[in-house]
Design a protein around this ligand. Structure first.
Ligand code: COA
Length: 263
């Protein structure tokens, strides 16, 4: 399993680079990107489209041969023929971070049972922490509410909330279900690193927590992957060594990708 995270700082990502990158994408991706009203949203999706293309490039696939499909709920997957072993992947983006997880997962092709979610740790808008938690409160279990309210301080409460949220998202994205899944069915205790679905630790799952610091911003992410077997799920803490995580800045990533994909 590998996670590549791209740090995106809008003021450093030029319009000229955006236009040049857009020209390399397929018509569907390019149309979706151009539909965004805000350039930042467009750029995040643009970078997210280059990430799986670079995985295919590393396997020797030419840009014109790269083909993608999506499930009914919209989970993208690779349909390029001859990619062996297959590449399981999932993308997530929030504010200044875009991340892709990839692995040799073989469960549930073609979209595979793998998902990632990243989020910036912050209270959106001008809300107070209490009103923010109340807004999303019906997506949390009683135990999760208790863990947030018993945190030592607001920062710890906020971090606990975002571990819960990214774990729920990553799990449902791994299943490919997205918003169609009741988030209260997934309960994550980030203090003990225990995840339960419908009250039981699901067998054969692995969850990896990670953190990316970008200047003053703190991002938290979770990878959820069904690895098989009957063992109870395991949660790998963000404090474990993360040799599977690499971080690059968006401008160098896209400059390099354009050069590589054109060659
Ligand atoms: C997909 C979804 C979970 C994204 O959640 P999010 O936390 O807001 O966004 P993230 O940045 O983590 O992930 C977005 C990426 O996940 C991937 N993705 C899209 N749908 C997905 C799905 N069902 N499962 C897993 N991954 C999905 C895409 O790569 C997407 O990137 P893009 O929008 O730039 O193409 C959410 O939008 C959703 O639930 N969509 C489902 C839509 C749905 O239920 N449709 C019903 C069928 S018509």
């Amino acid at each position: 399993m590998h996670v590549q995270a791209i740090k995106y700082e809008p003021t450093l990502f030029s319009d000229e680079l955006y236009q040049r990158a857009l020209l390399l994408l397929d018509p569907e991706s390019s149309a979706r990107i151009k539909r965004f009203y805000r350039r930042e949203d467009a750029c995040r999706t643009l970078i997210g489209r280059f990430l799986p293309r670079m995985l295919l490039h590393a396997r020797g696939v030419a840009l014109l041969d790269m083909k993608f499909g999506a499930t009914e709920a919209g989970k993208p997957f690779i349909t390029t023929s001859g990619v062996d072993p297959s590449i399981a992947y999932n993308v997530s983006h929030d504010n200044g971070l875009i991340a892709i997880v990839s692995s040799a997962n073989t469960h549930n092709p073609p979209a595979f049972t793998i998902g990632v979610d990243v989020m910036k740790v912050r209270i959106p808008g001008r809300e107070s922490f209490a009103s923010f938690v109340e807004t999303v409160g019906d997506q949390l279990t009683v135990h999760e509410h208790r863990l947030i309210s018993s945190a030592a301080n607001q920062q710890e409460g906020l971090e606990r909330f975002f571990w819960m949220w990214t774990a729920k998202e990553a799990y449902t994205k791994a299943l490919g279900l997205g918003l169609g899944f009741d988030f209260r069915r997934v309960e994550f205790d980030p203090a003990l690193d225990v995840l339960r679905v419908d009250g039981i630790a699901p067998s054969g799952w692995q969850f990896n927590k990670f953190r990316v610091i970008q200047g003053a911003d703190n991002y938290q992410g979770v990878v959820a992957e069904f690895v098989g077997g009957n063992a109870a799920s395991i949660v790998i803490s963000e404090s474990s060594p993360q040799e599977w995580l690499s971080v690059l800045d968006a401008t160098s990533f896209i400059e390099n990708a354009i050069q590589e994909l054109k060659s």
